[in-house]
Design a protein around this ligand. Structure first.
Ligand code: SIN
Length: 313
């Protein structure tokens, strides 16, 4: 018997977010999903996550925007995107015809702008949930600045939750001393789920030019290099909150996904692996299903959080 794979990412929320399986792409690595839909059936995934969308269209940062590193890559895209109005008028109608929930990643300049964007997306056919990007390290306004401040992050979540019935997921930055405290604050303000983690701040030097490779010097590190950091944060956050956690960071195989689920994640996102292998999310899903089947585990929910310590009574 193939294992049961369905997971619930927003139990008790007004609009539920039950996924047919726990594997989805990470924001920014799957564009709007349309390009990938030409290569495989995206409906096989648990969800699709859009690239980050802002209130107004953006050109992004100057080139080069990526730098390869051992076991990963640095990016500094700067949230290049078509803006929320075009996202609603051009992308959502396509998503509405898909049989897979689409989670829209939104990036406000201010905590209050998250509320305005949530209101604009509320009730739009084709949009199943929102992922608040309070963790982009590559912009001057908003992004990580909000995600590194508990009060600002709480206001962004409150503002979004008040303006939509869609489940609100919050994507955390690892570039903070206490991600657990931030996750708890987001839960208190009504977040339906936490996604951990966005990229880790890093730097690469071009020795020939004697200067940083990326024009803004710093970039966000992703890929296998950050997997242990992501796992540790998922493990810590999952013990502190009651809402589901989505694991993200260096996942490229079914066994990686199993580790995150055991550490307390209810679902996983596959990011950087997709650049080398566009089918990576599907490969992770197939690897996960095989792993469960080979061990006679009937339901993926049986392993979620199984590596967490017993709560102290
Ligand atoms: C970027 O657009 O620079 C990356 C997005 C992110 O890290 O959230």
């Amino acid at each position: 018997m193939p294992p049961l794979l369905a997971v619930d990412l927003a139990p008790g929320a007004k609009n539920s977010l039950v996924l047919r399986n726990p594997v989805m792409p990470a924001s920014g690595t799957f564009s709007w999903g349309l390009e990938f839909a030409r290569h495989f059936d995206v409906n096989a995934l648990g969800a699709v996550v859009s690239k980050g969308v802002t209130m107004v269209a953006r050109q992004g940062n100057p080139q080069p925007r990526v730098a390869e590193t051992p076991a990963g890559m640095l990016n500094s895209i700067g949230l290049q995107n078509i803006g929320i109005k075009k996202c609603i008028s051009e992308m959502a109608p396509i998503w509405a015809r898909w049989d897979v929930p689409v989670i829209v990643n939104i990036a406000g300049d201010t905590p209050e702008e998250f509320g305005e964007m949530a209101r604009m997306l509320d009730g739009v056919p084709g949009v199943a949930a929102l992922e608040l990007n309070i963790s982009c390290p590559n912009v001057d306004i908003g992004g990580i600045e909000i995600g590194q401040n508990v009060e600002a992050a709480g206001r962004a979540v409150r503002s979004a939750v008040r303006n939509t019935d869609l489940p609100v997921i919050v994507k955390l930055t690892p570039n903070i001393t206490d991600p657990v405290g931030l996750a708890v604050a987001c839960e208190r303000e009504g977040a339906a789920a936490i996604c951990a983690i966005n990229t880790v701040l890093g730097l690469a030097i071009d020795t020939r030019r004697r200067a940083p490779v990326l024009p803004r010097a710093r970039g966000g590190l992703s890929g296998p290099a950050i997997k242990p950091i992501a796992l540790r944060i998922v493990y810590d956050v999952a013990r502190a909150v009651r809402i589901p956690v989505i694991g993200c960071g260096g996942i490229s195989s079914g066994e990686d996904a199993v580790e995150f689920l055991m550490a307390g994640a209810t679902a996983v996102q596959v990011g950087t692996a997709t650049f080398a292998n566009p089918r990576a999310p599907l490969d992770v899903l197939e690897g996960l299903a095989r792993w469960l089947e080979e061990r006679g585990i009937a339901d993926v929910n049986e392993i979620i959080g199984c590596a967490l310590p017993e709560p102290v009574a």
